[in-house]
Design a protein around this ligand. Structure first.
Ligand SMILES: [Zn+2]
Ligand SMILES: [Zn+2]
Length: 282
């Protein structure tokens, strides 16, 4: 496993990679553009070369791209739906330029049409569009806290989309704070082990390519998504101790998305994780 943070855009990509390395990151996640906008902005070829060189110099791998929050492949609004497809395709293209193996996507909101129809629409959309995506970039569906009509808070929902593509072209990213918000107890070592068993049973651990390690300011099952520093929130340390001591693949990214990203909190949260991994970290 490789530990890292969600790297802020502010401050510039290349300087931020140096900082990420300095505080002990081995992997990073970024937004490809404005996470709350429909446009991504251009990156000149020379700038991309510099970024790739910085990633190599600081041995930050993998770089994972988190897609914009606006993307909703289950949208009932046709304009939103088409924009979502275009922005996801552009994000996959941008990830390929970064030589990123993964793009993380929130599965979307059914907007009142219901879970079953929402999931069907997502599957149909991915099936129709994935031929246009660049090879070598896998789409990872991230679990959600389940607020409003958000899809993907139940492992069963993620599993249904995942298993609609038996060629293994999709994967899953589990976010601890979202799982907690959705009602999955991670408040003790035993509960976390039980959660992992459920993930394995419904999804298959071989399809779990990434973890977002976040404590939560919200209550279990509240459907609220509010991240907290590791060990300071309602989840507590034991969940992270269990997750950090699994036999994950050597290249699997475990990424922090804790509050006040870009401040010294990043270093502190990374240090906490490293301590919990009790020397198994490599
Ligand atoms: Zn996310
Ligand atoms: Zn997340």
């Amino acid at each position: 496993m490789r530990l890292g943070i969600h790297m802020p855009l502010k401050g510039g990509f290349v300087p931020n990679t140096a900082r990420a390395k300095e505080i002990g990151c081995e992997a990073i996640q970024i937004f490809a553009g404005n996470p709350t906008g429909w446009t991504m902005g251009k990156i000149e070829a020379r700038e991309m070369e510099k970024r790739l060189a910085a990633l190599k110099e600081h041995d930050l791998r993998p770089l994972v791209v988190h897609s914009a929050y606006l993307i909703n492949l289950a949208s009932t609004n046709e304009d939103f739906y088409e924009k979502s497809r275009q922005l996801l395709a552009a994000t996959m293209g941008r990830a390929a330029l970064y030589r990123s193996p993964y793009v993380v996507l929130h599965t979307g909101n059914h907007g009142g049409r219901g879970v079953t129809q929402g999931i069907t629409r997502i599957i149909e959309t991915i099936d129709a569009d994935r031929g246009k995506w660049p090879p070598g970039v896998m789409l990872l569906l991230e679990n959600t806290a389940g607020s409003g009509t958000a899809l993907g808070s139940r492992l069963e929902e993620l599993a249904e989309i995942l298993h609609a593509f038996p060629d293994g072209s999709l994967g899953i990213c589990i976010d601890t704070a979202h799982a907690w918000g959705a009602g999955y107890d991670l408040g003790s070592a035993a509960a976390t082990e039980r959660f992992l068993e459920q993930v394995h049973k419904l999804i298959g651990l071989e399809h779990l390519h990434m973890l977002h390690l976040n404590d939560s300011k919200a209550a279990l099952g509240s459907r609220v998504d509010r991240h907290d520093h590791i060990g300071r929130g309602a989840i507590g340390l034991e969940c992270f101790r269990v997750l950090l001591n699994q036999k994950w693949p050597a290249e699997m990214p475990l990424i922090l998305e804790t509050p006040e990203i870009g401040t010294d909190w990043d270093r502190q949260n990374l240090e906490t994780l490293r301590k919990l991994s009790a020397g198994r970290f490599h």
